[in-house]
Design a protein around this ligand. Structure first.
Ligand code: SF4
Length: 88
C-alpha cells in the first residue's frame, strides 16, 4: 500500500491527516475492531483479525484520535511528523 511503510511484521507506520503519523503495533492488537467502527476510512482488520491500514491520510483527525483512545491495548500510537510521541 502506498500510504504505509512496513517496518517489521508487527509494527507498521503511515501518515495520517494533518501532522499525524500513525503506528500500528499489530503484536498487541486483539481484533476488538473498536478502531474500525470509529475510523473505518483509516482502519480495517486483515484475515488474521489484526488491524491494518486502509486510507489513514483520508481519515479525520478526530476519528483517528478517537480510535487510538478507544483501543483497549494501545495498539494505535500517534506521533507528529518530527517523531514526537502524542499518544499514548
Ligand atoms: S481497537 Fe485496538 S485491539 Fe481493536 S482492532 Fe483496533 S488496534 Fe486492534
Amino acid at each position: 500500500m502506498s500510504t504505509s511503510n512496513e517496518t517489521s511484521d508487527d509494527m507498521v507506520e503511515a501518515r495520517g491527516p494533518g501532522e499525524l503519523v500513525i503506528i500500528l503495533d499489530r503484536s498487541v492488537c486483539i481484533g476488538a475492531a473498536d478502531c474500525v467502527a470509529l475510523a473505518p476510512v483509516g482502519f480495517s482488520l486483515d484475515v488474521a483479525g489484526k488491524v491494518r491500514f486502509v486510507n489513514p491520510v483520508a481519515e479525520t483527525d478526530a476519528r483517528i484520535w478517537a480510535a487510538a483512545r478507544r483501543c483497549p491495548t494501545d495498539a494505535i500510537l500517534l506521533e507528529d511528523r518530527s517523531g514526537k510521541a502524542l499518544y499514548p
